[in-house]
Design a protein around this ligand. Structure first.
Ligand code: GLV
Length: 387
């Protein structure tokens, strides 16, 4: 068993174990990948303020996200095709999250279905909704999430059309993989993945296949989004979805202060400052760079969360110190899952937790509620001077 000390260790094992098509899917941004790269490099520009001779005993990373207790404010982000990264990936990741005490968010574009995950876990999880042209299908999806006792609906606002990720097109990304000479050649080097996948509950999009007719290729994320996603989604439709759900709502994909104010006005329980992991609008600013401006715009009128770029507990601390009440990891948990299944997701959470706890201690803070801008050294021009 290798000694895992950081998320990059998990990524190295993940890259060896998982078919290239799915590694590339997770590890891509759209077009030039500028936003994808800056999501992480912008975190690196912020430095931490070391404090000494502060009593470090009795530290605690526990807090709340949308009123729910969390062992640390780090949820698992919705990631499409997670069940292709490891057999029954969504079920395993959800269980790891539940045992750790952090929220799990199931993507609409998951492999395991809402019902699979509900049957495998004991605590409520969150469900991420993509809006489709077929409103009956969306209503059924919402009802399925209610029946599964999901405790929040995460409505994604930044993917009415899919950003282009070159590698997915070149690889012919599909779930399950289509057997072309190049995928077969790659799969022959991934025996463990393949043998586990043969025993998986599902190898197709579990929330879709069997629940909707008339898709030209139900195995292709690209075909499904192009044919089914609702390009006319607007704030009026968002409000209708919020009413239809009737429970806690998190609006995901906010990157602009005006949009953040609109989401707060609609009464969202939280917003997620996110550029979809750099997978949608390439050239948009990183999430961490826009966070301060969004905090200034919404104040306490809505809880603010952040995703895109978090690979460590230090990153989590930086987001919290800039005002976020919660953060999400997508790729960081997928690396763990692909590397070692459920144990790998637990390991990813343990790594981040330990980093957060130690960083807090060395910054002279005992709990996450005490974190503030005072813990950071932020370059004077970090927000940028854009016209
Ligand atoms: C969405 O599901 C994505 O691939 O980013």
């Amino acid at each position: 068993m290798p000694v895992i000390t950081n998320i990059a260790d998990l990524k190295r094992i993940y890259e060896r174990r998982v078919p290239r098509m799915f590694y590339d899917y997770a590890e891509s941004g759209s077009w030039t990948e500028q936003t994808f790269r800056e999501n992480t490099s912008d975190f690196d520009q912020i430095r931490l303020r070391q404090r000494v001779a502060v009593d470090m005993t009795g530290r605690n990373t526990a807090s709340q996200m949308i009123g729910q207790d969390v062992a640390m404010p780090v949820a698992l982000a919705p990631v499409g095709l997670t069940g292709m990264q490891h057999a029954d990936g969504e079920m395993k990741a959800a269980r790891a999250a539940e045992e750790f005490g952090v929220p799990f968010t199931l993507s609409t574009m998951s492999i395991n279905s809402i019902e699979d995950v509900a049957g495998y876990t004991n605590k409520p999880f969150w469900f991420q909704l993509y809006t489709m042209k077929d409103t009956d299908y969306v209503s059924r999806l919402i009802q399925r999430a209610k029946d599964a006792k999901c405790s929040a609906l995460v409505i994604t606002l930044d993917l009415q059309i899919l950003g282009q990720r070159h590698k997915d097109l070149k690889n012919g990304l599909s779930a399950p993989p289509k057997l072309t000479p190049s995928t077969v050649a790659n799969l022959m080097t991934k025996w463990t993945w393949g043998l586990q996948m043969l025993r998986a509950h599902r190898r197709e999009f579990g929330n879709i296949v069997g629940h909707v007719d008339g898709i030209s290729d139900a195995s292709s994320l690209g075909a499904w989004t192009a044919e089914q996603f609702d390009p006319s989604l607007d704030w009026g439709k968002v409000e209708k979805l919020m009413n239809e759900w009737g429970g806690k709502v998190i609006l995901k994909g906010i990157l602009d202060a005006e949009d953040a104010k609109m989401a707060a006005k609609l009464g969202a329980d939280a917003i997620i400052v996110s550029n979809h992991g750099g997978r949608q609008l390439d050239g948009a600013l990183s999430s961490i760079r826009v966070l301060p401006e969004i905090m200034d715009a919404v104040g306490d009128s809505v809880e603010v969360h952040l995703d895109s770029g978090i690979r460590s507990g230090q990153d989590v601390l930086k987001a919290l110190a800039l005002g976020a009440k919660g953060t999400y990891v997508g790729r960081a948990f997928v690396y763990g899952l692909g590397a070692m299944g459920q144990a790998g997701v637990t390991k990813a959470l343990e790594v981040i937790h330990k980093e957060l706890d130690t960083t807090m201690a060395l910054c002279g803070e005992k709990n996450v509620a005490g974190l503030s801008r005072d813990n950071l050294l932020v370059p004077a021009d970090f927000g940028g001077r854009w016209a």
